[in-house]
Design a binder for this molecule. Structure first.
Ligand code: SF4
Ligand code: SF4
Ligand code: SF4
Length: 377
């Protein structure tokens, strides 16, 4: 089911806000979760809106992505409330929310996932530079640059590498998907992609869309996807070459201070109690002396590679490539590049694509009697 959302003068954020207004007006919906402008804040933060008057503060297409909101959504949807919450999220946040629901970190029963085509985002630091250098509204400037196919930013700024390499930037896993890249049509196509999405979209009384609306969007999507595939493949190749021996892998993480920010920011690191936060790695003082005596000198903190490898083993089949691990890293380590490269291999090996569908069980939760004979014999 595809419907038309009116688009006035190419104002994509305004059209998205109108869709959210329509959904909030339904009697069984009582709030919208979406990126929100808040007084005094330099960043656009996730927020919850219940008053239709406050929908205007929602900034749905800004290139600001301070955190993956799937973690917050898990908290908001931890228990039933008796009414639906509309969650307007980026495609990688929707996929993370679906992965988390499969792992019983929040439920999507009372959530309507609304997604839209995603132009990408800057790192937190770069967004602040970008928003300080553009004249006028940063979201509008970004939207116009995408529409003119002129993603040129002030010197030294580029979109986060996760976004430049992201090929899953359309909201395929949403309940209601908005084709924001169809700006030339005078309408945006709104598609119900699940039964729940269909139930709600039907009630908005929008006009049916003709296929030509989607065809225009498909051309834009295909152009962007080609560029991103090229970037992603080059990134994979460079990263593989950078870590193809234990020595190189150690060098890759040589600036890691083990602050664990990358773990905290990751929406897929789902363990309520991470083993690295327990005393398992609280070695005895004498142990450090022994290591030092044996090697002559040791690097501190210890267990850096063990930390990253443990994380990879736990979550690479669920990584959604959102880039928040690099965004949170104080030392500019290419965490996303490495995790996305490994994740692509492990998800391909299991024929799994994280967050694609709520009905697909995560590979590590399924026991197969015969699997990978080349490894297990
Ligand atoms: S990783 Fe993809 S979906 Fe997520 S913000 Fe970047 S472009 Fe958008
Ligand atoms: S490992 Fe990094 S890119 Fe992958 S889901 Fe976690 S934060 Fe996102
Ligand atoms: S955020 Fe960076 S420095 Fe901190 S643990 Fe992760 S890789 Fe290491």
């Amino acid at each position: 089911m595809i419907r038309k959302l009116p688009l006035e003068k190419g104002n994509v954020p305004g059209a998205v806000r109108n869709l959210l207004r329509l959904l909030l007006a339904l009697d069984d919906v009582d709030a919208v979760m979406a990126p929100l402008r808040t007084p005094g804040a330099r960043m656009i933060m996730p927020g919850m809106v219940s008053d239709p008057e406050r929908i205007e503060a929602i900034d749905p297409v800004s290139p600001c992505f301070p955190l993956n909101a799937a973690q917050l959504l898990s908290k908001l949807a931890r228990k039933p409330t008796g009414a639906f919450l509309v969650a307007c999220l980026r495609p990688c946040e929707i996929r993370a929310a679906i992965e988390r629901a499969k792992l019983h970190q929040g439920s999507l029963e009372e959530v309507i996932l609304v997604g839209m085509d995603c132009g990408g985002a800057f790192s937190n630091r770069d967004y602040q530079t970008f928003s300080g250098t553009v004249s006028g509204d940063p979201a509008e400037a970004f939207c116009q640059a995408i529409q003119a196919d002129e993603l040129r930013f002030p010197e030294g700024l580029s979109l986060a590498s996760a976004c430049q390499a992201c090929t899953a930037f359309t909201p395929d896993a949403a309940d209601i998907a908005l084709g924001t890249f169809a700006w030339e049509s005078g309408f945006l196509p709104v598609e119900a992609r699940t039964e729940k999405g269909r139930r709600f979209l039907e009630r908005l009384h929008l006009e049916n869309a003709g296929m030509e609306v989607c065809e225009k969007r498909n051309v834009v999507v295909s152009d962007i996807r080609d560029r991103r595939i090229a970037f992603r493949d080059a990134m994979f190749e460079k990263t593989r070459a950078a870590v193809d021996s234990p020595e190189k892998l150690a060098a890759y993480f040589s600036n890691c201070v083990l602050c664990t920010n990358c773990r905290v920011a990751c929406p897929i690191c789902y363990c309520r109690e991470c083993v690295f936060m327990t005393d398992v790695f609280d070695h005895e003082p004498l142990q450090y002396r022994n290591w030092s005596r044996k090697s002559g000198a040791i690097r501190l903190p210890r267990d850096v590679l063990f930390f990253h490898l443990t994380r990879l083993v736990h979550m690479s089949t669920g990584c959604v490539g959102c880039g928040q691990c690099s965004n949170a890293c104080p030392n500019d380590i290419g965490v996303t590049e490495l995790f996305c490269t490994i994740a692509a291999g492990s998800q391909q090996a299991f024929g799994y694509f994280s967050g694609r569908s709520i009905d697909e069980p995560p590979p590590m939760t399924v026991f197969e009697t015969s699997e990978f004979p080349e490894v297990v014999g």
